[in-house]
Design a protein around this ligand. Structure first.
Ligand SMILES: Nc1ncnc2c1ncn2[C@@H]1O[C@H](COP(=O)(O)OP(=O)(O)OP(=O)(O)O)[C@@H](O)[C@H]1O
Ligand SMILES: [Mg+2]
Length: 253
C-alpha cells in the first residue's frame, strides 16, 4: 500500500493528504498533553473516542447550519475533512469561570459569567499560546474586523448548540476552544469551524455531581481520562450503554 503524504503531526492529531484536492485525512492519536506539552501520556482509546465525538458534534453543527470542515468518518481513528487555512487563533468561549480565567481574576471555578465571554489566544507553542486582544489580531493582520465579527458569530452558535446538547445529557458546558479556518469557493471566502470538538477541547461537568468529564481529569490527575470520555460518549448515544471497559470502546454506526 502506498504511504500517504503526511502534512503535519501535532500533539493530538496527524493530518495526511486526502484523496481529493482540498481534503485532508485527520488521524486522532492516543497522546494526551497538557500545560503546553510539559505533561504527556498515552491514553489507550482516546483517539478513537475523540474521532467519534468530533464527528458527532460536527455533524450536529452541520445539521443546524453551522459550517465546518467535517466530511465523513473513514474508520475508527480517521476522518475526511475539508482543508482550510487555519486562522492562528484559539477561540475560547466561556460560560462559567474556570482554568486560566478563574486564576487570572481570582474567581472561584464554576462561577456563572454574566454572558458568554469570548477570548482569543495566539497559536504559538513556543510562546505558550498567549491571550491576545482583538486589537492585536487586526493590527497584525491575522484576521480582519469582518472576520472577527464572523468568528464571534460562529463561536456563539457553536456555544448555543453544544451547551444545549450537553444539557440534554446532564452535562454543563463550562467552556470550550475551537479553531476557525478559511475556505474559498471560487473567489468567495468563508470561515468555517475546523480542528476538533471533543472533551480534549471542552470543560464538561456533570450537572448533578460536578464531576469533571474532560481533559482536566488528565491535567489534574483526577482519574482515568478514557473512562471520563467514554461516559460522555455513552450519554450522547455514541457508544452502546453496556460499555464498561474504557480502553476497548465498541463503536456503533
Ligand atoms: N481542516 C483543517 N485544515 C487544515 N489544518 C487543520 C484543519 N483542522 C485542524 N487543522 C490543524 O491541524 C493540526 C492538528 O493537530 P494537533 O491538534 O495535534 O496540533 P497541536 O499539537 O495542537 O498543534 P497546533 O494546534 O499548535 O498546530 C493543528 O495545527 C490544527 O490547527
Ligand atoms: Mg490542537
Amino acid at each position: 500500500m502506498a504511504r500517504r503524504n503526511k502534512i503535519y503531526e501535532g500533539k493530538a492529531k496527524i493530518l495526511y493528504e486526502g484523496p481529493e484536492p482540498g481534503t485532508y485525512v485527520q488521524y486522532f492519536k492516543d497522546d494526551a498533553t497538557a500545560f503546553n506539552a510539559e505533561k504527556k501520556a498515552t491514553i489507550e482509546g482516546k483517539g478513537v473516542l475523540n474521532n467519534r465525538l468530533s464527528e458527532f458534534f460536527m455533524t450536529g453543527l452541520t445539521n443546524v447550519g453551522v459550517p465546518n470542515h467535517f466530511i465523513k468518518r473513514l474508520n475508527m481513528r480517521e476522518q475526511l475533512i475539508r482543508q482550510v487555512e487555519i486562522i492562528p487563533l484559539e477561540v475560547i468561549v466561556r460560560n462559567f469561570a474556570a482554568g486560566s480565567m478563574a486564576k487570572r481574576l481570582g474567581m472561584e471555578e464554576g462561577t456563572q459569567l454574566p454572558r458568554p465571554i469570548i477570548e482569543f489566544s495566539y497559536k504559538d507553542d513556543k510562546l505558550g499560546d498567549p491571550l491576545v486582544p482583538e486589537e492585536y489580531i487586526i493590527a497584525f493582520g491575522w484576521a480582519t474586523q469582518q472576520d472577527m465579527d464572523d468568528i464571534v458569530a460562529l463561536a456563539l452558535r457553536v456555544n448555543d448548540f453544544l451547551a444545549g446538547v450537553m444539557y440534554g445529557v446532564g452535562i454543563k458546558l463550562v467552556d470550550f476552544k475551537i479553531e476557525i479556518g478559511r475556505v474559498w469557493d471560487n473567489d468567495y471566502m468563508r470561515l468555517i469551524v475546523a480542528d476538533e470538538i471533543s472533551p480534549d477541547s471542552c470543560r464538561l461537568w456533570d450537572i448533578e455531581t460536578g464531576q469533571k468529564l474532560d481533559k482536566d481529569v488528565f491535567r489534574r490527575d483526577l482519574g482515568n481520562l478514557a473512562d471520563a470520555y467514554t461516559e460522555v460518549a455513552r450519554r450522547l448515544g455514541v457508544l452502546p450503554t453496556n460499555v464498561t471497559h474504557a480502553t476497548k470502546p465498541t463503536l456503533i454506526n
